[in-house]
Ligand binder design. Structure first.
Ligand code: UDP
Ligand code: MG
Length: 160
């Protein structure tokens, strides 16, 4: 796949982004998609789903010893989420910068969490924190046939 990218394919990356149940309930899916779209990133897979608690336990396995793990997994499976895979140069790091800090109270205005939410347990969006975790999360949430191969008309103007 990467060999078919035109520009700077060496650092083309995919990351897993999800609008959490609170973001969905608050009507923020459009706003969040808009930020990734207008930045120039490419959507390559998306689905609107209510995940099981078991699925969320796998997703957050790294946090299994944290006191908030059980409540987090229960909350994340309590309603629908918008699960997405976005692609772009250096996207794992850039998406985390767009999200802001884990705690919205520490997130700068201009970031998604800094603009749109208040509480750490209701921080509206998930984004993979490393390239390795992005690969694991993309594989956990999506099957190969769910990805769309397409070339945005804007591509030649986004990458040198
Ligand atoms: N979380 C929480 N309390 C905490 C820390 C984290 O409820 O003290 C929740 C929060 O929703 C966060 C998620 O657990 O987004 C996963 O935590 P992580 O440290 O991976 O933060 P993220 O990668 O989402 O910024
Ligand atoms: Mg995390």
């Amino acid at each position: 796949f990467y060999s078919r990218m035109t520009a700077s394919s060496a650092d083309m990356e995919r990351t897993f982004i999800a609008v959490k149940p609170d973001g969905v309930q608050r009507g923020l899916c459009g706003e969040i998609i808009k930020r990734f779209e207008t930045r120039g990133f490419k959507l390559i897979a998306a689905k609107f789903v209510q995940a099981s608690e078991d699925h969320m336990k796998k997703h957050y396995l790294d946090l299994k010893d944290m006191p908030f793990y059980a409540g987090l997994c229960k909350y994340m499976s309590s309603g629908p989420v918008l699960a997405m895979v976005w692609e772009g140069q250096n996207i794992v790091k850039l998406a985390r910068m767009m999200l802001g800090e884990t705690n919205p109270a520490d997130s700068k205005p201009g970031s998604i969490r800094g603009d749109l939410c208040i509480n750490i347990g209701r921080n509206i969006i998930h984004g993979s924190d490393t390239l390795d975790n992005a690969k694991t999360e993309v594989d956990l949430w999506f099957k190969a046939e769910e990805f769309v191969n397409w070339t945005p008309a804007t591509q030649a103007f986004l990458y040198e």
